[in-house]
Each structure stands twice: as C-alpha cells, then as structure tokens.
Design a protein around this ligand. Structure first.
Ligand SMILES: Cc1cc2nc3c(=O)[nH]c(=O)nc-3n(C[C@H](O)[C@H](O)[C@H](O)COP(=O)(O)OP(=O)(O)OC[C@H]3O[C@@H](n4cnc5c(N)ncnc54)[C@H](O)[C@@H]3O)c2cc1C
Length: 507
C-alpha cells in the first residue's frame, strides 16, 4: 500500500480508514486490551495517603501530550487524586488542531513515547486498529490529525481526569496544610483547586511566552500575528504576506496562507540557508534521553551552547508544500533593519527594509520567530519566581546568557530553590514541576517533545513517588508496626477435611 503524498491536498495525506464499523470495533477492542494490560502490570492497591477532602495529590496544568503523559505516568505508580486542568475544549489536545499547521508530525513514527510500559497504548497499535497494518507500514510520519485523535483515545483509555475549558490564572504559596491554591476561570467563572504538587505542562509557551522581535511588535496588531495566534487565514486571501523566519512553523504558515488564496508569500530568512540538519535525530538514544541530567554542569552547558536549544528544521514535505506555489519566495540573508506602515492611496501597507537597504512590501506579517524562555512572563509562577533557582544563579558562565534564564531543575524536573530562599520555600519549591521548554538546559532532549518524552515522564513520576514515600515515611512506618495479616492459623499437622490451599485469592 502506498500513501500518495500530494502537498496541495492535505486530506490525501491520511490513509483511507477501514470501514467505520470495523475500525470502531478494532479501536474498542484495543482499548479493552490496553486496560487489561494496565491492570496486569499495575500495582494492586492504593498506597498514597488520601489528600484532604476536595484537594488533590497532584494537579497537572495542561492536557497536551506532556500533561496526559504525566497523569498516566503517575497512575503507573498508583498515585491517585490527580486532576488535569485544560484551557481548551475536549476535542482538542494540545496544539495539534490549533496552531500546529503542518500535515504530519516531524518525529519519527517508531519511537518510545507516552505509552510507557504498555505497548497496546502505542500510536502504532492505534493506527493499525484504525487503518490496518499495511497503512502503518506505508506511513512515514504520523499525520497531525491522527496524532490528535490518538491523544484523545489515549486520554480516554488511560482514564485521565480532565477539567476542560479551565484556564489557570494563578498559583499561590501553600496554606498551613501544605496545599497550593490554583485559581482558574472555567466557563467564565472563577474556580479554585488545592493540591500538594503541581506539574506545569503548558506547552511551548510554558517556559515564558512567544517571541516577537521588537520590529514586529511595533507594527499595529491588525497587521501582524505570531504563528501561535489564531490567525484568520481566510482574511489573507488576495493579500501579500511576509513570513519572518524559515523554521518549520514558517513553512507551515506560509503554505496555509497560500492554500487560503494569499496573493503571495515572501519568507525572510536571516541566515544564508534554512536549517537542514536535524540534530534531534542524533539525540534519540537512551544515553541522551535518560541520562543527560547526570552529566556535569560544565558538560550540559557546553552542549546547550553548541546545540543552541534543540533546533528542528522543517520536514522536506513542508518545504515542498510551500515551494509548489509559484507565488511563494524565500529570501535568505535577509535581516530586518526597519519595519513601518505606509499609507497607500486607498489603504496601508507594510514596508520592511532589510540591512542592505532593500525595501519589501506586504499587507500582513506572520512572525515565525518561536518562543522565549523567561519565567517572569508566566503569571502562574509570579509568587515563586524570586525563590526559583535559574542556571544564571547557580552556574557562573550562564550569567548574562539567554540560556541562563532556564530554571536549574532537579532530577525529576522539579524547580530547585535558590540558596537565599526561606526554609518554607526550600520545602515547597521542589513540589512544583516544570515539564516545558525551560527544561532543556537541565534535561536536554528529555521533556515534553516526543524525542524524549518517555524519559521525561518517567523521571517526573519517579521523583514524585520517591518524595511521597519520604514525606509519609513516619506514617508508613507506624502503619507497618500496627500491621496485622495472620497467614498461619494453625501450627501443627494438617487436619483431615481442611482444604490445603484457599479456594479464592487472599489478596
Ligand atoms: C508546527 C509544529 C510542529 C511540531 N512537530 C512536533 C513533532 O513532530 N513532535 C513533537 O514532539 N513536537 C512537535 N511540535 C512541538 C509540540 O508543540 C510539542 O512537542 C508538544 O505540543 C508538547 O506537548 P505539551 O503537552 O508540552 O504542550 P501542548 O501540546 O501545547 O499542550 C499544552 C496545553 O496546555 C494548555 N494550557 C496552556 N495554558 C493554559 C492555562 N493557563 N490553563 C490551562 N491550560 C493551559 C493548552 O491549552 C494546551 O492544551 C511541533 C510544534 C509545531 C508548532
């Protein structure tokens, strides 16, 4: 079976599904299988002391792949009372149907992922159930909409407890009982949650925010957007679009604009070429995924500087998708020196002047300029920021460097307190977990992206399970001393008529 790629017809990139009834019944059978596997390999009883009435052991903020994976990883340690808060609606998982405008994932299909120890939860199994084995074999990269559907299925099967349409607005320091208070707006109403621990899984923006160069920012808002914005592409029909940046999102947004009838798209790239190498493919091995954290700070810093923050080029298909339009052009060595709005007789246009003095005109700018790591931009961290150690606080050479703004995380992605933090903050700061873009300086490729997500989730859950054990040790030991489970009822020979073995399980 061959999946024919036609970049001008995105819908052709998904294989033809099996007949609906067949794929539905195969997916239902797979869900049953996955639940059975989870039970088989699961722990057989609860162990974490229940939180106070109405509170949670862990709140996960964000129900993208990292948030869902975190909740699942915790469930593998049988840590219950875990709630996920998600700003979006139930049918959207993370970024995939919003601003991720590519046809396929960039990550290879054969990777360890969020299924962790349960193979029947792997994308491959889901894909086979929906499309059949031949379709999986013929597929190179997983189509984006399929990834979204798979994540929805995964969410249901793993039993994630998600409150949708719930946007987190703030987190306060813990109350006397040790619970953080999380404020959120759900369907227009303010709500509050309490939890002992919080995992921040807020996606690409979670380490800070979108990055808009000052020259883009100075343009009026109705003439520019960042790739993460909800762009009205229909409104770009017949207009001249300038895309700033030649990364993956630059190409995806350029193509989306052209497919919606933009008159032209001119892409401006600072460098003499777009990135072609994909260094992530080198990093996808256990040494990097699981053990980068264990290197010395010198080694991690040297790697971060050399690697420049995990850059990922567009896929070949994304490049072809843009270049198959005659009205697409890519200008390399084009660095902006100025940008302004000029009035034309019947309206206005944007004039960008590059550093060689060449003028470029357009009607709308899409800034494909990525994200900044800067925790001071995160409202939910405002109360904690003064006590959170950054690389620049801990490691001399990081001072004054952009990467120095990355938090200096612990082995389970937990924030670490600054030396100057109060004793109280030293206790509660490590109960906050950063599973987002700022983790890269401490954890490299392990984290929220597929290239190392299994390792990130494993570390997060393991650390939390360890900390819960340590925190509750006095209680556990007291329970142990009071524990009674009599197995020997008679000391002596077996009596006639007495069953040798119980006829039902005792555990
Ligand atoms: C074009 C493009 C292609 C990509 N291709 C790949 C790829 O092939 N492989 C890969 O691994 N990654 C890829 N990525 C990166 C991808 O965005 C991340 O890997 C992935 O989304 C990380 O998952 P996440 O759960 O951390 O974040 P997200 O998927 O972004 O999920 C975060 C969630 O947090 C929610 N949220 C945010 N703020 C709040 C709030 N205040 N309150 C409540 N909820 C909130 C959001 O609604 C969202 O659902 C791509 C990104 C783009 C843009």
């Amino acid at each position: 079976m061959t999946v024919v790629y036609d970049p001008t017809r995105p819908e052709r990139n998904r294989p033809t599904p099996l007949p609906d009834a067949e794929s539905q019944s195969r997916l239902a059978a797979l869900a049953d299988r996955a639940r059975a596997d989870m039970a088989l390999l699961g722990h057989n009883h609860d162990w974490v002391p229940a939180p106070e009435e109405g509170a949670f052991n862990v709140l996960v903020l964000g129900a993208g792949q990292a948030g869902l994976g975190s909740a699942f990883a915790l469930s593998r340690h049988r840590i219950g009372a875990v709630k996920i808060l998600e700003a979006g609606p139930a049918h959207e998982v993370g970024c995939w149907t919003r601003y991720a405008r590519m046809h396929t994932l960039r990550s290879p299909k054969n990777m360890k992922g969020i299924e962790l120890d349960i193979p029947s939860l792997h994308t491959e199994r889901w894909f086979e159930a929906k499309y059949g084995r031949a379709a999986w074999e013929a597929t190179d990269l997983v189509p984006r909409e399929d990834w979204n559907e798979y994540l929805t299925w995964y969410r249901d099967v793993t039993g994630a407890d998600v409150d949708f349409n719930t946007t987190v607005t703030g987190v306060t320091t813990p109350d006397a009982a040790g619970y953080f208070h999380v404020t959120a707006v759900r369907d227009g109403e303010e709500v509050e949650y309490r939890a002992r621990r919080i995992i921040f899984a807020l996606g690409l923006k979670g380490g800070g925010g979108i990055f808009l160069p000052p020259l883009v920012k100075k343009l009026p808002e109705h003439l520019r957007a960042h790739t993460e914005d909800d762009i009205d592409f229909d409104a770009l029909a017949g207009r001249r679009v300038i895309v700033l940046g030649g990364g993956a999102s630059g190409f995806d947004n350029a193509s989306t604009a052209l497919e919606h009838g933009a008159a032209s798209v001119e892409m401006h790239v600072r460098r003499s070429d777009i990135p072609r190498q994909n260094s992530l493919r080198w990093m996808e091995f256990p040494g990097m995924q699981e053990h980068f954290f264990d290197l010395t700070d010198d080694q991690k810093w040297e790697f971060s500087l050399f690697n420049g923050g995990l850059p990922q080029p567009p896929t070949q298909a994304s490049v072809w998708r843009a270049f198959c339009h005659d009205n697409f052009s890519m200008l390399t060595d084009t660095r902006w020196a100025d940008a302004e709005v000029r009035s034309t007789g019947d309206g206005e246009e944007i004039v960008v002047t590059d550093d060689r003095g060449v003028e470029h005109t357009g009607d709308f700018v899409i800034s494909a300029t990525g994200y900044a790591v800067d925790l001071s931009l995160r409202p939910e961290l405002a109360e904690f920021l003064p006590d959170i150690a950054l690389w620049s606080d801990v490691y001399g050479p990081a001072e004054g460097h952009g990467m120095g703004l990355c938090p200096y995380l612990g082995d389970g992605f937990q924030f670490r307190p600054k030396d100057s933090a109060s004793d109280a903050a030293k206790e509660y700061i490590p109960r906050l977990v950063h599973l987002s873009t700022g983790a890269r300086a401490s954890h490299g490729v392990a984290g929220n992206q597929l290239s190392g997500i299994y390792a990130g989730l494993t570390r997060v859950a393991r650390r939390i399970a360890t900390d819960i054990t340590k925190e509750n040790w006095p209680t556990f030991f007291r329970e142990f001393k009071a524990f009674e489970h009599v197995e020997i009822e008679e000391v002596g020979p077996h009596s006639e008529g007495e069953p040798w073995y119980p006829d039902s399980p005792r555990y």
